[in-house]
Design a protein around this ligand. Sequence first.
Ligand SMILES: Nc1ncnc2c1ncn2[C@@H]1O[C@H](COP(=O)(O)OP(=O)(O)O)[C@@H](O)[C@H]1O
Ligand SMILES: [Mg+2]
Length: 273
Amino acid sequence: MKKKRQIKRRQVKISKKDEETKLKFFKTYIPGFDKLCPEGVPVGNSILVEGGPGNGKTIFCLTLLKNMCERGKKVLYMSFEEPEGRLKEHMKIFGAKPEEYEKKGVLYVKRFNALDIARSVEALLSEAKKELLIDVQPVLIPPEFQPDIVLIDSLSSIASAFSGEESRFRIYMEQLFRYLEGNRITSFLIREVASPAHIGTTFVEKGEAVSFLSDGIIVIYNVFYPSGIRKRAFEILKMRGADINRRIVECEIKRGKGIVIHDKPVKGKYVLT
Ligand SMILES: Nc1ncnc2c1ncn2[C@@H]1O[C@H](COP(=O)(O)OP(=O)(O)O)[C@@H](O)[C@H]1O
Ligand SMILES: [Mg+2]
């Protein structure tokens, strides 16, 4: 019974993919973001959202969620950190109306246990007799919801559940990215890093497949000024398939709004972390 349903879904997906072979772009309606990426984000891209703890990665995703749901795009928020209830309360602080979006069928917030995922992947891999090909869909995307955008908070939580089994994590990530790409689902995948990979000197990436598998990298910085002030900054480091303005601009987190990205490069003597 279960198998039959999966086969049916796959057929639907193939015809959907055929329809949309050419590149399409979408705006985030976060004004500062759309200035940095004027053409828009290519549909189907997998984008890493990098930054240190408390830098605003979750709030960036919640702001995007609000803007997308309000325009009828279907968003799946996969939380490996906060429980669903707390996330929804968090969304409301930044102006989103999660219950309304759920009623309209454009939002699905789901909390996952990363250890359960790691165990399922292990079971699938042994069932597949080391073919290294698994179907991630049953262990990841709820079958009853077909999203346009997937937000994953966070890859770091998933990676730590696979700790000591990096090759399994890599296989899982490859399958996940392939699945998202094949279904033209745009994804934003949060990755918590002590220091952004491109500026860190001691940073060792957990699950190295992730950076080169991704189509885009967004970085949210903690800017430290020697005078003792901290600010936030935002950068689009990479966006496959679109022109980007290569600059690091100031941003803020505001109640009722979420992340506000300014059209103003960071200035003076500062350190990025
Ligand atoms: N209501 C608020 N108004 C302004 N800033 C807030 C508010 N709530 C949280 N913040 C800021 O947002 C930060 C957390 O952002 P978050 O997106 O959760 O970080 P992370 O990158 O760890 O996901 C907090 O450290 C705090 O500074
Ligand atoms: Mg977070």
